[in-house]
Design a protein around this ligand. Structure first.
Ligand SMILES: Nc1ncnc2c1ncn2[C@@H]1O[C@H](COP(=O)(O)OP(=O)(O)OP(=O)(O)O)[C@@H](O)[C@H]1O
Ligand SMILES: [Mg+2]
Length: 353
């Protein structure tokens, strides 16, 4: 894989490129423009104003995420992607259209060609929905690429070589575990356990253990600030104050939550991810499995940023773990590389189904 010259285009083509790669994530959408790199990275959220039963877009992306969980009755903040696939077609289309317009300098004079990644577990119907949304949002052509291939490419793994490479992408909606060799997928599994399930596990834990009702946004903040995949050595770790509603009395309440409690809340989700890694290793042909035991696994996606995630996976699977350099951007970078070097990767980009 060429490492240099990731933007092998003239200045003119670069400024006016109408080819882009989109990582349409459950939590974040990233857009890579050919010759320019990643130029948009925003939460996958759309806020609507609802008046007389009609919806009007109020904000998309970063601005809309600020409204999530805090909207008055006439405003809705919607996440159109769930579990890595489109849950709300109209909202997804609106969001993709907004992002394409934002980065597409030729405005709508030429419609862009777009490559978008899809989870390997997506059904043909789900794939068709993603392709259709991208086309309806203004693309001229829409190609699909499997997310693990993109993640591995973006993490600089030598997937073209005849060796076994395992990548684990822990996103918002899904974790994708895949074994790749010679530029293609040997085994892949997508499990619906990722960052969203971790947030939900924290919500459930606080409700059950502390009678405290908190929203998903508060739970996510707790996870990203003091969350950890392992119980700290002192049995407690650092702590943070969390505000919510007392379930018994219905009044606002603030309590202190420590790292051990968050680790306990997250344990089950992490175990499911580790089980998927073990299942992948067991299903991999022996010679490739031997390569993986030797080289370890590569972690990508926002979930790789959870403190001690690598240690937890190492302890539960016995495999060495590396966290990709730019783990939140790996999939977008890899989809972008497939676009830059499309001739080389034509076999993994699907324009047809
Ligand atoms: N420091 C952190 N610790 C733990 N989790 C984190 C951290 N930073 C981000 N995350 C989580 O990573 C997730 C987002 O990761 P990512 O952008 O890779 O997902 P996505 O690509 O949108 O989702 P998917 O691939 O499932 O469609 C969110 O759930 C977010 O809370
Ligand atoms: Mg992702």
């Amino acid at each position: 894989m060429p490492k240099e010259g990731r933007h092998p285009m003239s200045l003119f083509s670069r400024l006016f490129s109408s080819e882009m790669a989109i990582d349409l994530g459950t939590a974040n959408t990233l857009v890579y423009v050919k010759g320019r790199g990643i130029i948009l990275n925003e939460p996958s959220v759309v806020a609507y104003h609802v008046r007389h039963g009609r919806r009007q877009v109020l904000a998309v992306g970063t601005e809309a995420k600020l409204m999530q969980g805090r909207t008055p009755e006439n405003i809705e903040a919607i996440r159109p992607m769930r579990d890595g696939v489109i849950a709300d077609f109209d909202v997804a289309e609106e969001m993709i259209k907004f992002f394409i317009r934002k980065v597409h300098m030729r405005s709508m004079l030429t419609r862009p060609k777009v490559i978008v990644c899809v989870p390997c577990g997506a059904t043909p119907v789900e794939k068709r929905a993603i392709r259709q949304s991208v086309l309806s949002a203004g693309a001229r052509r829409a190609g699909l690429i499997a997310e693990p291939i993109a993640a591995a490419l973006g993490a600089d793994m030598p997937i073209i070589e005849p060796t076994g490479n395992m990548v684990v992408d822990i996103g918002g909606g899904t974790s994708e575990v895949a074994v790749l060799s010679m530029g293609d997928i040997v085994y892949a599994q997508s499990v619906r356990f990722g960052g969203d399930q971790m947030d939900q596990a924290i919500v459930n834990y606080l409700r059950r253990q502390q009678n405290l009702l908190v929203g998903e946004v508060t739970a996510e903040r707790l996870k990203t600030s003091i969350g950890t995949a392992r119980i700290p050595d002192d049995g407690r770790g650092s702590a943070q104050r969390v505000r919510g509603r007392d379930m018994l009395h219905g009044v606002p309440k603030e309590i202190e939550v420590n790292q051990t409690q968050v680790a306990e809340a997250l344990a089950e989700t992490i175990q499911h991810i580790c089980e998927a890694v073990m299942a992948a290793l067991e299903a991999t042909p022996p010679d490739l499995a031997a390569d993986i035991v030797e080289r370890g696994v590569m972690l990508t996606g926002g979930g790789a940023l959870l403190a001690d995630m690598d240690m937890a996976i190492r302890e539960q699977t016995g495999l060495a773990v590396t966290i990709a350099n730019d783990c939140l951007n790996s999939v977008a970078l890899g989809t972008g590389l497939a676009l830059e070097y499309e001739k080389q990767f034509r076999h993994v980009i699907d324009y047809e189904s």
